[in-house]
Design a protein around this ligand. Sequence first.
Ligand code: NAD
Ligand code: 4PL
Length: 246
Amino acid sequence: MRRFEGRVAVVSGAAQGIGRAVAERLGQEGALVVAVDINGAGAEATAKAIGGKSFGVACDIGDEDQVGRLFETVAKQCGKLDVLVNNAAIVPFVKWDELSFKEWRRVLRVNLDGLYLMCRAGSDMMRKNNYGRIVNFSSNSIFAGTPNMAHYVASKGGVLTFTRALATELGPYKITVNSVCPGLTDTEGVQQTPHKEAFGFVEMLQAIKGVGKAADIVPAVAFLASEEAHWITGQALAIDAGMVRW
Ligand code: NAD
Ligand code: 4PL
């Protein structure tokens, strides 16, 4: 399939994990991908793997000035924006008794403030063309109340509900806004935390058995980012082998 021929896509958190896999798929299907990450070298490596006119940008999504500069670059180099995948986030593991306000703010700053900044600037570009697809990363932990990440669960609940509100605000411009709720997925990020010990427990709860990988999340994201998903907006889709059903 070549669903993104002629499309410009910004993918955040594209240096590794699910974001990299999404960026590569959009690129394979013809998109000019702007791979965004606080890890600039990683973002550039992803863009290089995609090839063509795709490029990487170092950007902390929690910083208003950096996000402003990012979309100035997109406007100048690409002239438009069709697809925005807000995948970048901090995936923490912090016991409740050890959770501090500083850590709470660190996670909310990126996972929720960063999402707002990216959606604000990205949708302002999309509105000019009356076309856009925004896919935001929530998590199925918001349904499970997953332990050792209360602040993350709070941030991801905000992602889902902000997505609903934004769908209303951007509907008049024919921009769709949806969220995805992956289950535990084997990524570089997860491998660096004790969450990596939870795969057995999570698999027990899944309707379909197996360990979730980045490639398992990609197809649903690509569909929501595609032109033909135009009649779907404000929705949240769990991609977790049936761990939660709601
Ligand atoms: P990961 O930790 O492997 O990769 C995240 C990427 O985001 C990294 O490249 C990192 O540098 C980047 N990033 C972090 N902070 C940033 C910032 N301030 N600005 C720009 N980039 C930043 O993550 P992953 O496991 O691939 O998860 C991707 C998304 O999926 C996240 O939104 C996560 O919450 C969500 N998710 C993951 C899982 C899972 O189990 N892996 C489950 C549900 C939801
Ligand atoms: C079920 O989003 O959804 C662990 C770590 N377990 O980040 C998540 C589950 C994790 C999740 C998540």
